[in-house]
Design a protein around this ligand. Sequence first.
Ligand code: SAH
Ligand code: SF4
Length: 436
Amino acid sequence: MIIMTYYMDVYGCQMNVHDSEIIAGILEADGFTNVDNPGSADVILLVSCAVREHAETRVLGRASQLGGLWQNRKQGEPLIVLCGCVAQEHGQDLLDRFQNLDLVVGPDCYRDLPLLIRNSTRQALVEFRKGDYTGIDPLRKRFPGAFVTIMRGCNNFCSYCIVPYVRGRERSRSGDSIIKEIRDLSEKGYREITLLGQNVNSYRELDTSFPELLDMASDAAGSAWIRFVTSHPRDFNRETVEVMVSKDNICNHLHLPVQSGSDGILQRMNRGYTIADYREKIRMLRDSIPEIVLTTDIITGFPGESLDDFQRTVSLLDEIRYDNAFLFKYSERTGTSAYDLADVIPEHVRLERLNYLQEFQRGITLEKSGELRNRILNVLVTGSAKKPDQQAARTRGNRMVILQGTDYEPGTFVDVRITRADGWTHFGEPVGVEDI
Ligand code: SAH
Ligand code: SF4
């Protein structure tokens, strides 16, 4: 087997990050080795995100820039492969537009990468396939954290979203293979296992529902923490909350994207719930788990969003008081149903509303983080931080904590006193190590 070297850049969500670990697993099983410098690689892979225009422009800019480095490529200079959602979205068109791209490979076709690269015939392979990547050993890079895909694709067709078009229909992975993977990870010392899917709460395989899977996953994880993303407010239910309450190792964090505070906009977004439904679920959740850390996603400037609609979003943030929120300005995606909606909101208004919300939420995030001052929390040490004398850790609520001058093995659980907070980042000092 001829050894080839590869370099990989990843853009976008956790699903893409984990897909890149799967790609690395596929390549390395076939004799490829990883290098840190694109200049010394035989093949460069870009795992792209298409969810907003900005993400798409960035990856295509990077492809052009890399291609530009080897304008008139000779034998032995790197192949450039575009993977991920932009690959799936544009397919062959990308080969026509970008002369320096060699291969375009969609998210269902990664098993074919070694063969495609070794053949190095210029082509786009973007068919949807039914299966998943069970049987592939991903090359995980986030120890002591590990992602486990429980489902791929999405059937929701929120009107703004390109995901169902580039990731295909929803399919759930077999419960047995998920549980086996979690057990293996726990035995290998992984301490934070995140179940991944576009809409995890609609997981169903044979008779197994998401709450049942979560219950089994928690048992299989042993002393490792369990997280899950992303939850959809329509499908998130009481049974899931009951499992969260009954199991100590399921983290007290829920990411529940609301998108807008206005029923009219939610309807145009095809989200399938009202603010009253949403509020009721939050109430049920907080009644059962008062310490729950809540985060959300919001889109500003969706077509038809009046000032009144926007103010409803501001009021909702004020009412719910999320611990953190990921805020985006609406981005038109070709092929989605919202693309054709009238009442387009001008770009500068989308941005103004985004800026306003960011400032508004920042105050809430700071206030909520500040409430943790002097509290003692159990954190998981994840590795080194930006500064050499600091380590990074996470709380069960998924908050980042910086420890000064410590030297724990990644994967250690430590009780820390929170000394101060800067937004979502906190600073803590250890008060003891827990035996595991
Ligand atoms: N399946 C997940 C993640 C979807 S993408 C979910 O349903 O939450 C992550 C976030 O990107 C979404 O929650 C949404 O807030 C944002 N997003 C998706 N499409 C977008 C678009 N066209 N413009 C702006 N933001 C978008
Ligand atoms: Fe997109 Fe909606 Fe599916 Fe999330 S649930 S991936 S926002 S279509």
